[in-house]
Design a protein around this ligand. Structure first.
Ligand SMILES: [Zn+2]
Length: 445
């Protein structure tokens, strides 16, 4: 794993329609990325798997879709208004702004500008704190502004709706509330691709429990979420590890926090954080909103503020991890073959249908009929825009598990060639069996 691999993955993403730079035709925006046709599909698969696993298949978790723009007081309660800032320093050489904690130091103790290598003496060029939240005016006029904020995490939408969910859904604890959505942080970073963005997407669960159950539930969620990445998403176990936070890393209210880290090209970094947040969030929202957010336990006849366990996952980081984990390069006949060894359920297409001769109308018709037939049962793509070798390589790069090639012989023997992405082995199978073969091989049936 290295920087070189990062460059190759970014290049593949941009070249093959997974990820584009945000506002690219206007010169781009830094730390803002758009998802292209293939990226949008992969991202949706990740979110669908998560939602299905936790909201649809469990009876102790309910879904929520709260708004992005939130009342300023929400962030007074959460602590984001006061404490959510980065110390930034302006480089006197190139006038760009950087995070002090991300800069390397020279031998004589100066901070080095990552852009122009100027040595910065931070006792002269003093760093200043910048809040990471995007502030926005929700009043109709400029001269009488009313400021609100774009949420920096989806979690706050869950806390402010805790009483609404509890009162309308008539559930008992433990109760989870799950949400997928965009969050915004005005991060100053360079070169980390979609790992750190100003606009990103989270999948968060706030799992409310009686205080005495919190530690056990916290441990359960760590196992559950690790298992999700391996068995649902399909990441290799060797690319993942758990990193419990040291005491001095923990927020003052937190009882415990463990990161699930992934071995990204730039090193082990956080994919997800699982935290036992105690009753901090509900307590602070009760205090600032003056609303009672306690829970009445009818079994014990006691009223209390629940503790909350928070598994907080990044959609974009999971997406990035899937790409890193499946990216492979191989030597084939003296040339480099790039292949995305995606698990079949994560691939955009289960197969590509390719006519060997695009000028032979009978071959083309047979291929198109086959394509239309299979498309009713699973996502497939038809492509006749190049020579067969080139078409195979293109499908390898986007992770399509199989290619089905129709040739002149197919017209008489009613068979097609099936090529396996990973082994490159080719087999001849009957056209009628193609859809069934794909369903079996890609785990649909
Ligand atoms: Zn500079």
């Amino acid at each position: 794993m290295n920087e070189d691999k990062l460059t190759k993955i970014v290049s593949l993403c941009c070249r093959r329609g997974f990820v584009f730079q945000g506002s690219e035709i206007y010169g781009g925006l830094s730390s803002v990325w758009d998802y292209g046709p293939l990226g949008a599909q992969l991202k949706k698969k990740i979110k669908d798997l998560w939602w299905e696993t936790y909201v649809e298949k469990r009876d102790d978790i309910l879904g929520l879709d709260s708004s992005i723009i939130m009342h300023a007081d929400v962030f007074a309660a959460s602590g984001h208004l006061e404490g959510f800032s980065d110390a930034l320093v302006d480089c006197p050489g190139c006038k760009k702004r950087f995070r002090v904690d991300h800069m390397e130091k020279s031998k004589n103790g100066f901070h080095i500008c990552p852009n122009c290598q100027t040595e910065i003496n931070i006792s002269v060029n003093k760093p200043r704190n910048f809040n990471l939240m995007f502030k926005t005016n929700i009043s109709a006029t400029e001269d009488n502004p009313n400021y609100a904020y774009l949420r920096p995490e989806t979690a706050q939408g869950i806390f402010v709706n805790f009483a609404n969910v509890l009162n309308t859904m008539h559930r008992k604890l433990p109760l989870g509330i799950a949400q997928i959505g965009k969050a915004f942080r005005n991060e100053v970073t360079t070169g980390s691709f979609i790992f750190r963005m100003k606009e990103f997407e989270q999948m968060e669960i706030e799992y409310f429990v009686p205080p005495e159950e919190a530690e056990q539930r916290y441990q359960e969620w760590i196992d559950e979420r690790f298992d999700f990445y391996v068995n649902k998403i399909g990441l290799s176990k060797n690319s993942l590890k758990l990193r419990p936070h040291d005491k001095d890393e923990l927020a003052h209210y937190a009882k415990g926090c463990t990161d699930i880290e992934f071995n990204f090209p730039f090193g082990w970094s956080e994919l997800e954080g699982i935290a036992n947040r105690g009753d901090f969030d509900l307590k602070e929202h009760s205090r600032i909103s003056k609303k009672d957010l306690s829970y009445f336990d009818s079994k014990t006849n006691k009223r209390y503020l629940p503790y909350v366990i928070e598994p907080s996952a990044g959609v974009d980081r999971t997406f990035f991890a899937v790409l890193c984990d499946s990216y492979h390069e191989e030597e084939v006949n003296g040339k480099t073959r790039v292949v995305l060894k995606l698990k079949p359920h994560m691939a955009t297409y289960r197969a590509a249908v390719l006519p060997l001769l695009k000028n032979n109308s009978e071959v083309v018709n047979l291929a198109k009929n086959l394509f239309c037939d299979i498309k009713k049962r699973m996502p497939v793509v038809y492509n006749d825009t190049g020579a067969i070798g080139k078409l195979y390589r293109r499908q390898d790069e986007i992770g399509t598990p199989f290619c089905l090639t129709v040739d002149v012989e197919s017209l008489s023997d009613k068979k097609i060639t099936v090529r396996n992405r990973d082994t490159m082995e080719q087999d001849r199978i009957s056209i009628d069996m193609a859809a069934g073969f794909l369903e079996k091989e890609t785990g649909l049936k």
